[in-house]
Ligand binder design. Structure first.
Ligand code: LLP
Length: 411
């Protein structure tokens, strides 16, 4: 089921014809479907209900829009954050501090202190000295104990794009699994820290469960080892990473298959399991609507120049990512074209030699599956505005982030 379907009035977001949004808000614009978000959250929770004790923290980096976070909080999700900015977004959206997990590859002392003061529920530690010991000291000075887990790098290749792979030994994430037991011993002795378990995350847009299963099995062995050393392990954070179908015929693991795999691997763990999904919750719940500025002849095929650019959707330029392109009111003809934005950089290309709906100057179109890592990664490169964001719910829509003009940025 998709929430961006074609009806008599053209392509709609739920019950709202997309041209109505373009007329009211302009383009480019990120459009989210509340029903799609709720549905994805509900399906994630339902699939995991075969597991005894779980908590889900939405990866805010995927979509930090306050209205989206508020909606997901209403579905029972906490938040996985990686910066002070994300912490403020999550708290501001009504997510309880105790439901927030602070991951983050480099946390400044200021961020650690602010998170302690806010009462963040879990710190995912990646470093002994500058993070573990600093956090312990900051907590002690406040008469608190910081609840923490140790983020471990299981050295497993997730089989995804190199730039979004995080679980191999050469990556910057987590402590080497071989070093984890001794480090855990030392950290657990610190007053100010309440070390309750371990965490991992091997990468994003994973399209195969096997690497995840291998990584979870390694973590299972580590849990046994840590318990043998006398540690009370009560929590394991399994991260996020599940892929979504960007192409119509992409095959990705079902949530039920994922849950069954987790149930099998973790059967004897006797811990609370934390999940940090991002893309699988928000990815298919958004489109980026754009207007064709003009169609320019090219050497081999035409360039469709649209008013969205790599500053609105960086994934194609960064990872050669595929986002399906669809005209809002197609005329039934097709064309083979390159699709590019107006930014002065050759990398500002969304697709090369793509068979697409025929479009002409002024036509509206969308890039699909931009609800995760779309607006979240926007920039103002070329002094372009940050595009607005709209949340559709049924036959209503509201602007949940205004267009942010370059004149409003600091000069
Ligand atoms: N937890 C941790 C510790 C993470 O590093 C990430 C993503 C997640 C959870 C959420 O992963 P997800 O369920 O969304 O796969 N900008 C890239 C994706 C970067 C993901 C980084 N970490 C993209 O557009 O593909």
């Amino acid at each position: 089921m998709t929430y961006f379907d074609r009806r008599d009035s053209g392509l709609c977001a739920e019950g709202v014809p997309l041209p109505a949004i373009a007329d009211a808000v302009g383009t480019p614009v990120h459009v989210y479907s509340a029903a799609a978000l709720r549905d994805a959250a509900r399906r994630f929770t339902a699939a995991l209900s075969i597991l005894p004790r779980t908590r889900t923290a939405f990866a805010v980096k995927a979509n930090p829009n306050s209205a989206v976070l508020h909606l997901l909080a209403g579905c029972g999700f906490g938040a996985d954050i990686v910066s002070g900015g994300e912490m403020r977004r999550a708290l501001g959206a009504g997510i309880a501090a105790s439901d927030i997990v602070f991951s983050g590859v480099g946390k400044t002392d200021r961020e650690l202190a602010d998170a302690l003061d806010a009462g963040i529920g879990q710190f995912n530690l990646k470093l002994e000295e500058e993070e573990g010991r600093v956090l312990a000291a900051l907590a002690q000075a406040r008469g608190k104990r910081a609840v923490a887990v140790l983020r471990v790098n299981p050295d497993v290749d997730g089989g995804t794009h190199a730039k979004i792979s995080t679980g191999q030994r050469e990556n910057k994430f987590g402590v080497a699994i071989a070093d984890a037991p001794a480090m855990y011993d030392r950290l657990s002795r610190l007053d100010g820290l309440d070390l309750v378990g371990v965490a991992l995350h091997i990468g994003s847009q994973l399209h195969d469960l096997a690497p995840l299963e291998a990584a979870y099995e390694r973590i299972g062995s580590l849990v046994i080892d840590l318990r043998a050393r006398g540690h009370g392990i009560t929590r394991v954070d399994l991260g996020g990473g599940l892929g979504i179908p960007y192409r119509v015929d992409d095959v990705v693991p079902t949530l039920d298959a994922y849950a069954a795999m987790v149930a099998g691997v973790t059967r004897d763990w006797d811990v609370d399991l934390i999940f940090e999904p991002g893309r699988v919750v928000a990815g298919l719940a958004g489109v980026l609507m754009t207007r064709v500025i003009w169609v320019k002849p090219g050497a081999d095929r035409p360039f469709v120049i649209v008013d969205a650019a790599m500053n609105d959707l960086a994934r194609p330029a960064l990872y050669d990512a595929f986002h399906r392109f669809e005209a809002v009111a197609p005329d039934g003809e097709r064309m083979v074209a390159n699709i590019a934005g107006p930014i002065c950089e050759s990398g500002d290309v969304f697709a090369l030699a793509r068979d697409i709906d025929r479009v002409r100057r002024g036509d509206l179109a969308v890039f699909h599956a931009t609800g995760a890592y779309g607006a979240a990664m926007a920039s103002s490169y070329n002094c372009r505005p940050l595009s607005p964001q709209v949340l559709v719910d049924g036959d209503q829509f509201e602007i949940v982030a205004d267009r942010f003009l370059p004149e409003e940025f600091a000069a």
